[in-house]
Write a protein that binds this ligand. Structure first.
Ligand code: ADP
Ligand code: MG
Length: 401
């Protein structure tokens, strides 16, 4: 689903208020009855004003009339939630314009945005309910509870969790983007001018980069964390030159870690599996892409486990829980993410792609990190990616204030 901001400039203050009313009503109603929308919006224009706004919002797809319901009512669409989130980011001056989409996954849209000074940032829109929740039988009980399965709730949880981890990691000095704001199912973060490792076809010293990535896994472990999706799509490789002016000066490569909704604690019942999977992912990628195989086995979970909290390392798993991301939220989100993983795997299996294929253009690319311009050519480090400045669209929000 693509974010389309075109209708935004035409919304009146009343339309915004009615849209907000539908959102508020959604907390307790799957389909929000029209009288409730009227009551919450309490517009000066009275009921006819509300109806006018409802029509305007429905016309541009921000809310949808639910005809099968026993009563007349509306539901917020993804577009409606996107608008509300953007409206909040704009009001707080974090976002002024919206540019092109740089990534689309099954679980998110990644957009370039800018503030009113022209500073580019990244808007990540979580879209967790995009898949249907009918695939995995084991989650049936959990899914029977509609509230827990709703796309709005789950996508918001993913954003809250990702933001909380990004903050905790950043504070601890980890190489992650700077978290700027979170609203509903979206986060705003700094734009990292670096390609994902997936696009890097060669590096001067694979052993050094490998060691750095393993060190990063172990550093996370000391702070009680496992990334859980530590792969070539979620590691951006930034190139720093010793001397900016001199193209022949030495380059250092710094991995920047992104994508945190699936992070787990080192105390998680399946921690060892997640830890091993992260390590394996890096080993496999380095062997295939850079033909580098480390002579050192491991690292192993049981050794890493002993280092949790060592030398006064702050338990970031605990920090995030204390920040308000509760166990219940974690459980709901985890069930949804696992289901999504299972679904993705089913799809990949079904398409006949096998995990062991050595072909670099392997399964799932499109879904994981497809780039709008089809610009997924491997990139030799040394060529900078240029982030598009074209097409930044001014966001006019007429909220009557
Ligand atoms: P998903 O959960 O869909 O995998 P990610 O957070 O991994 O979403 O982002 C998808 C892609 O978008 C990344 O692989 C990367 O290319 C790009 N991206 C995400 N965040 C940033 C950022 N802060 N700076 C630059 N590129 C980013
Ligand atoms: Mg990712």
């Amino acid at each position: 689903m693509k974010l389309d901001t075109r209708a935004m400039r035409h919304l009146t203050a009343e339309d915004w208020r009615v849209l907000t009313a539908v959102e508020m009503g959604s907390k307790n109603h799957e389909i929000v009855p029209t009288p409730l929308i009227e009551k919450i919006a309490r517009l000066k224009g009275g009921v006819s004003g509300v109806h006018k706004s409802i029509s305007a919002l429905a016309k541009v797809g921000l809310i949808a009339r639910m005809k099968e319901a026993k009563y007349d009512g509306y539901r917020l669409s993804y577009g409606g939630l996107d608008y509300l989130a953007l409206h909040t980011h704009a009001a707080r001056k974090h976002v002024y314009s919206v540019g092109s989409r740089i990534g689309v996954g099954k679980e998110s849209d990644i957009m370039i945005v800018a503030d009113d000074k022209g500073t580019q940032k990244v808007l990540k829109i979580h879209r967790l309910g995009r898949i249907s929740f009918r695939t995995v039988k084991t989650n049936r009980d959990y899914l029977r509870n509609r509230q827990s399965a709703s796309w709005m709730y789950l996508s918001r949880l993913a954003a809250i969790k990702e933001y909380a981890f990004m903050q905790a990691l950043r504070e601890e000095g980890f190489p992650v983007p700077e978290p700027i704001a979170q609203s509903r199912h979206t986060i705003v973060m700094s734009l990292v001018d670096a390609p994902p490792m997936r696009q890097v076809s060669s590096v001067p010293d694979p052993a050094a980069l490998y060691a750095e990535l393993i060190a990063l896994i172990l550093r996370l472990a000391r702070h009680g964390l496992i990334h859980g999706d530590f792969n070539e799509f979620n590691i951006l490789i930034r190139e720093d030159r010793a001397d900016d002016q001199d193209p022949d000066s030495a380059i250092t490569l710094t991995p920047i870690l992104i994508d945190f909704p699936q992070m787990v604690s080192m105390d998680h019942p399946n921690a060892e599996m997640y830890f091993d999977r992260d390590v394996e992912c890096i080993k496999r990628f380095f062997s295939r892409r850079f033909h580098f195989v480390s002579t050192t086995p491991g690292p192993f979970y049981k050794d890493a486990k002993k280092t949790v909290g060592r030398d006064g390392a702050r338990r970031l798993d605990a920090v995030v829980e204390a920040s308000g991301f509760t166990k219940k939220m974690a459980k709901d989100l985890e069930a949804a993410i696992r289901e999504q993983e299972a679904k993705t795997k089913d799809d990949a299996d079904g398409s006949g792609d096998s995990e062991d294929e050595s072909d670099e253009e392997e399964e799932g690319d499109e879904e994981r990190s497809g780039s709008e311009g089809g610009n997924d050519e491997p990139l030799v480090i040394g060529d900078r990616i240029v982030n598009t400045e074209a097409g930044l669209e001014k966001l006019t929000i007429n909220d009557g204030t």
